[in-house]
Design a protein around this ligand. Structure first.
Ligand code: FAD
Length: 465
């Protein structure tokens, strides 16, 4: 790296420059321990102005800069370039304002998602975006990836929650639009370019997030259905019978549920909440504010589905502890797959109607080439988003490229997307044009070229320049 450390020290102070062995794993290795980076230096700025000064320097020297959030992304997007700058905004973690009158939160990008949740709840308001990595993922990371999670069905993805954004562009220019308005059609709404751009177009430093009324009731169940079609019928029924309160609909194929609950019993001593052996399991959750009516409405809705035979078994949480146990099945699914490591994991989206075709086609195509292949499917089925865990032959070296081609080949045929939530990073880069047209990729490159002509921001992510 050509930038003198004295110049960096002038910006962030000696104590906030990490080099060599001081660059701990949390800056170099991701959650799945699949990707490893070797940044030349990690910088921990304390303000937008410091981020701007760092980028001005990096821009003049052509030094790559990668923002490192909570490292919970799944596709290598937060891996700093060899010898480049890793930028951690962990010191920029303040919640600057919660404005219940406008239902907004102004927050710095280094704030951990769960901290933002808790701060909102203390003020009697609600930040709906929720995902299993809530304890590590940062606001900048969930914006950088346009994260989704368990409640997209009702409240949308991160894109739907960002009202205002402050970013630092590659040349150090600070662009700020921290308004609290929901509607703003004054020209291009540029924030949407930045959201989900995986740190390749700018560094998010602050955001104004849209809050919602804090639900005061929560009803959670795991239910089983015999078929996928019944699961989708159930989804449509509950959307209507719960009067728009359905907040989560997380589906697991039966074999996936079995594997996960067995592992969780063994390793976490978590009892299996619903017997194994059914076709499909769904974590269903509703949230609302009618203390008298909501529980009864939820129970009535599920009872009707049990009576009609659409739901074949169900367990309802009757305490917060039980709720945590039920959600534990979904939030800690990785426990079930750890002994399959290394494996390929996918995050794809498609029309709900073709989900069973996707699963059966992937299994058929895998079996043709790899008779020993194992595959498990689950995901945010309410949003048309499935995850797949695939190992073509446990015990043998992973043939990830060939497996990717099989899975993405099916998704392309079915008109879906290779990346529903996790993004492209480096892991999916060569498949970007499998579900994006040449013209779409051309436009992405043109935007990148316009905002970061020297290509210093997170180079090699999304596409090679
Ligand atoms: C157990 C588990 C469950 C998960 N569940 C979900 C889920 O349900 N839905 C979902 O969408 N994702 C999920 N994820 C993936 C992950 O949590 C999200 O992608 C999350 O948004 C990443 O946040 P992070 O702070 O860890 O970002 P990182 O992984 O550190 O970074 C991700 C990308 O964002 C960029 N970035 C980080 N900060 C900034 C910034 N300030 N400005 C610009 N770019 C930035 C990075 O450069 C990188 O490109 C899950 C992950 C785990 C481990």
């Amino acid at each position: 790296m050509d930038i003198a450390s004295s110049a960096l020290a002038d910006i962030v102070g000696e104590a906030n420059i990490l080099t060599g062995d001081d660059i701990g794993d949390r800056y170099r290795i991701d959650f799945l321990r699949k990707h490893e980076a070797a940044p030349g230096v990690v910088l921990r700025p304390a303000s937008t102005e410091e981020v701007s000064a760092i980028l001005r320097l990096a821009h003049s020297e052509g030094t790559p800069v990668t923002v490192i959030g909570g490292q919970t992304g799944m596709c290598g997007a937060a891996m700093a370039s060899p010898g480049g700058i890793g930028l951690s905004l962990e010191r920029m973690n303040r919640i600057e304002e919660i404005d219940p009158a406008s239902m907004t939160m102004t927050v710095q990008a280094g704030c951990v998602l769960q901290v933002a949740h808790e701060a909102a709840e203390e003020q009697g308001v609600f930040l709906p975006l929720d995902l299993g990595a809530r304890g590590s993922a940062m606001i900048g990371g969930v914006i950088g990836t346009n994260a989704g999670g368990n409640r997209v069905l009702r409240w949308g993805m991160m894109r739907d929650m960002v009202l205002g954004l402050e970013v630092v562009l590659a040349d150090g220019r600070i662009v700020s639009s921290l308004g609290k308005v929901i509607k703003d059609n004054a020209g291009y709404n540029w924030k949407h370019l930045l959201i989900g751009s995986e740190g390749t177009l700018g560094v998010v430093t602050r955001a104004v997030l849209r809050l919602r009324p804090l639900p005061t009731t929560q009803q959670t169940a795991i239910v089983a259905t015999g078929s996928f079609e019944d699961a989708i019928r159930l989804l449509r029924n509950l959307e209507a019978s719960l009067s728009g309160r359905l907040s989560s609909f997380e589906l697991l194929w039966g074999d996936c549920y079995g594997r996960v609950v067995d592992a969780q019993l063994k390793q976490l001593k978590r009892p299996c909440p619903l017997p194994k052996g059914y076709g499909f399991y769904i974590v269903v959750e509703a949230m609302g504010s009618d203390r008298e009516g909501d529980d009864a409405q939820f129970e009535r809705a599920l009872a009707a589905e049990l009576d009609s035979g659409l739901v074949v078994d169900a367990v309802l949480a009757n305490s917060d502890t039980q709720r945590a146990t039920l959600w534990g099945v979904r939030d800690e699914m990785h426990v079930g797959f750890m002994n399959l490591m290394p494996f390929c994991n996918y995050d794809v989206s498609m029309a709900q109607s073709v989900m069973p075709t996707f699963v059966s086609r992937v299994r058929e195509d895998l079996a043709k080439r790899y008779p020993e292949a194992v595959s498990y499917f689950y995901g945010h089925a309410g949003d048309g988003n499935l995850h797949a865990i695939v190992n073509q032959d446990p015990g043998k070296p992973l043939e990830s490229l060939a497996v990717d081609e099989i899975v993405f080949g099916v998704i392309r045929e079915l008109g879906g997307s290779i990346a529903a939530e996790h993004g492209i990073g480096t892991l999916r880069r060569q498949f970007l044009d499998w579900t994006r047209s040449d013209d779409e990729v051309w436009m992405m490159r043109a935007i990148k070229q316009a905002l970061d002509p020297k290509g210093i921001l997170n180079p090699g992510k999304v596409f090679e320049l």
